[in-house]
Design a protein around this ligand. Sequence first.
Ligand code: NOJ
Ligand code: CA
Length: 529
Amino acid sequence: MRATQTGDLWWKTAVVYCLDVQTFYDSNGDGIGDFAGLSERLDHLVELGVTVVWLMPFYPTADVDDGYDITDFYTVDPRLGTLGDFVEFMRSARSRGLRVIADLVVNHTSAKHPWFQSSRSSVDSQYRDWYVWRDEPGPEKPGDVVFPDRETSIWTKDRKAGQYYLHRFYRSQPDLNVANPAVRDEIARIIGFWMELGLSGFRVDAVPFLLETSGIEGGAGDLPQPHEYLRDLRAFLGRRSGDAILLGEVNLPFEQARTFFGDEDGDELTMLFDFPTMQAMFLGLAREDAGPIRSALLARPETPGDSQWAVFVRNHDELTLDKLSGAERQEVFTAFGPDEGMQVYGRGLRRRLPTMVGGDGRRVRLAYSLMMSLPGTPTLFYGEEIGMGENLDLPGRMAVRTPMQWQAGEMGGFSTAPNAGALCRPFPAKPYSPDEVNVVAQRHDPGTRCSRSCGNGFGVTANVPSWAGARCPCWTTTFRQCWPTAVTGAAERCCSATTSVPPPRRCGCRSPNSLPAPVASICSTDQPS
Ligand code: NOJ
Ligand code: CA
């Protein structure tokens, strides 16, 4: 990419940082993070080299699915502040050059949303066709239930409505009927509303389910071809803001996922999370073999010119291993989460990386160095930059959604609440408690090398795992230091080849979507064409 294009294609050179306002920083001592607190802590992100903040849902919610069950799409959860606080936050972010994207969760609403309450109340409700109703349960295949811990079907009978409704997730999250033009108009209004408040786009929740039409019968209108709808959404977004993006959650095999970018003109989702490579990375780490990563990268389809993959080590959900075979998944479970309590839904881990590798900073640095150097846009989950662990006492996926650890002490610098019992969630226990793992300690760690000299992140610390700042020339050093300790054979032989900066130019790759030289060198003697 030419330097002059980096502004136009800002998402291609971005470093995305996902956070939940609720767990980031509490400004008023009620134990719950809030927008005023987040605004105070933006400099932390700037110093890390983050360029885009991804806000997890911050809307009013019934809170059965940690905010992914929305009761009002047009305002802020009062526990987190007001719309005014949101606008102040947006202003503060923009003044620091940070872009903001937000979760767009429109596959479903909360069952408590007034639309659903009206829908279920009468067949004559204007909202009846906003959801998917049937007299008998609709079609269902094995694996359709996303949360098998609490659900056994994607159809539940509503007593009041006297019919079954579709819910891809929990029964308290009824699916919206996107075959209904009124629903599609409302989704556009939601997008338009938040765009007016300054967003640069959205992380779109559960895209395949949003587009899915099976089960929708006799709705108020016919859903156009699903991909046509995605094109419409993207075009609408583009009319509101020309360089806004849609970053989609599409956890499908590569070939199917590729279709969500759109045809060659890439007019659907701007970016997709690269779930297959993430899973291959964990298989590679478990085997101490770069082979799975190499295979994933070689299988990764080319994207249209302006499109981009988003790479990540873990996100806010279970670390899903659903694209691995049963035997491969078992290898990763055995290496990184052998106890059943560390696993969830039979397909993923509810741990953060540092605990998975027994606190081995070299392996943590390896994983983040690799992620930062893979072709694609690095996407971090809050707390990864300081090596936070998880709290397995919390249920399910909440284990990795503990409060941000700013400094030592019972409250971790997160809140001034009277005692830890008042916090929205408890911290992890030792040796991952705030006393051992926190932002202040890391800033003062003499082992920190890369951050100041590159002005781009805390960099690599001696005892606390941390990621090398993206685009920082030091990353290759890190990569070379760490790689041989975790990967045998080919890596040892090839690690001297990992010095190229920037990698794509050295290996003659055409775009950041191509395989970078270090990975190619390590994995084989082949160079990508
Ligand atoms: C995907 C989100 O990442 C997850 O956290 C949520 O529970 C489901 N979608 C339902 O919204
Ligand atoms: Ca608060």
